[in-house]
Design a protein around this ligand. Structure first.
Ligand code: HEC
Length: 124
């Protein structure tokens, strides 16, 4: 095999692997929204307004994630830390659980994108 062919086959292999992984991700159907609805909505509400079913029984109100003023005062790093390590890590209530045992960094970042949509871009 000459070097042009070798480069071409390497390139084709890379493209194939890349499209396989994109397809796998899309097919798994995991989005920031689905993760949020599965793990966060019981406290923060399905639409992120802070009125999840548990919110009535806990002493500290879960953050209203649709509050653009409050949410714009947080960097993505702040949100990441609060989600991964829990409320205590950002001097908030320990009633906000840590999710490092359930969500990997990529999933947390998908959720942060979803949070930015619902707080500040009018999406749900
Ligand atoms: C058991 C109830 C509960 C669940 C489930 C929960 N939270 Fe919270 N969360 C809270 C409470 C309560 C606070 C407010 C803490 C405070 O203000 O002291 C909070 C605060 C936060 C904050 C910090 C907001 C700020 O003011 O900086 C973020 C970000 C957050 N939650 C994201 C999430 C995400 C994402 C999930 C799902 C992966 C989730 N929460 C699941 C109860 C919960």
């Amino acid at each position: 095999m000459n070097s042009v062919n070798r480069i071409t086959s390497f390139f084709l292999l890379a493209v194939t692997l890349y499209s396989l992984s994109v397809t796998a991700q899309a097919e798994s159907g995991i989005t920031g929204k689905s993760l949020y609805q599965a793990y966060c909505s019981q406290c923060h509400g399905l639409y992120g307004d802070g009125f999840g079913v548990n919110s009535y029984d806990i002493d500290v109100a879960p953050r209203d994630h649709t509050d653009a003023g409050e949410m714009n005062a947080r960097t993505n790093e702040d949100l990441f830390k609060a989600i991964k390590f829990g409320g205590k890590s950002v001097n908030k209530s320990p009633l906000m659980p840590n999710w490092d045992g359930n969500l990997d960094d990529q999933e947390i970042n998908l959720i942060i994108k979803h949070l930015r949509k619902i707080c500040c871009e009018g999406g749900q």
